[in-house]
Write a protein that binds this ligand. Sequence first.
Ligand code: NAD
Length: 444
Amino acid sequence: MSKRIAVVGTGYVGLVSGACFAYLGHKVIGLDIDPEKIERLKKGEVPIYEPGLDKILRQAIDNKNIEFTTDYRYAVKNSDFIFIAVGTPSREDGSADLSYVESAYKSIVEQMEEGDFKIIVNKSTVPVGTGRWAKEFISSLLREKGFTNPEEMFEVVSNPEFLREGKAVEDFMNPDRVVVGADNRDYAGMVASLYEKLQPAMIITDLPTAEMIKYASNSFLATKISFINEIANICEKAGADVSVVARGMGLDHRISPHFLNAGCGFGGSCFPKDVKALVYTAKQYKVEPELLEATLDVNERQKIKPVEKLEKYMNLEGKTVSIWGLAFKPDTDDMREAPSISVVRKLLEKGATVKAYDPVAMENAKRVFKEEMERYPGKLIFCSDKYEALEGSDALILVTEWSEFKDVDFDRFRNKVIIDGRNLWEPSIVRQYAKAYEGIGKVK
Ligand code: NAD
């Protein structure tokens, strides 16, 4: 049955969830405080790069199942479920910054009236304990407004999101599982029923357990990446090939082949910040998170591995290095915590000129590297295609394994040192053309 849903925050998660709920037949209002974003969405423009999103959004708009606003009053009045999908970035100390979430709660409460009952659903990734804290916080705001029985006006439910950028629509529509946590299982069931058409595996649990499932899942995947990167570093010294090792491991169904690709580290808007936030939470509870800290340390070192490898072949001062791929992974324009940031900064610090190209993240990259462009004038050049980025360079570092880099005219690699930060190419082939080739975790 169609339900009335408001989604607060129309970023990667909010927009995809809103569009998918609308596609499933619910009546959705997407709300954001960014008027420019909302104007574009009203015109049917998609402000982020996410395969398939434009199509389902267009269909939802045509079916009048989704609308966009900056007006909290309108969104709160016309919804029963209010999903919070605002950002929860890292603070300096690693903890999750909940100020956007807090501000969303305040704006919702401001619009609540006598007789209202709202199910407030945390889809943002929030630390264990946030849901219970939110209940007290929202109650106190309602009490300040003069309502005497605030707990009868709302319920807080946790419904963490597991979608991957680049495959967000596909993931939302085919979830491995949907996790819903609440103190009152009836309300958890009501949120679960929003996904009914998808027939997903469902975990219904309490608030802190649902919140922890999200952090534990992301931390595990990040740890798997750091694990294989550590194995890769040992492989290089011991003469083993990490790609074959990973395949040999991944065929064991207890291990699975996913997230076992050695490379130049993980980035993105989730893994780094979520592992840091779990480290912070653990310390709050006086638990020493040694494994999680090692996951982060290994990753920091791994991000600059390609530059260290390149330095074996040349002094970088005065050299020109091409970078292929800037986004934190293929099929997204997201640059948050991308390993390319560490690679480019390190190269500039060492006196190299960088010629960079990414199929879709160029605009975001220009914003990220604004300071570097001022600090190193003329030394960071953004190129409009992959071959332009190769012209006149001494070396190439592949940072993001976009599929357009897979099929390449290897002739263009002549006289260059190639550092394949994602083990994308077959070493024996590249070596026929390039001056030198190095992947990650392999000597041959
Ligand atoms: P995002 O930065 O892309 O989008 C957040 C949006 O919220 C922005 O459009 C911003 O303008 C808006 N916003 C901020 N404060 C607001 C307010 N008070 N009221 C209304 N709108 C407001 O963030 P995202 O990547 O979509 O992530 C959102 C949450 O989902 C985070 O907690 C993140 O950890 C989690 N998450 C993200 C992913 C992912 O792949 N990006 C996956 C799973 C979970």
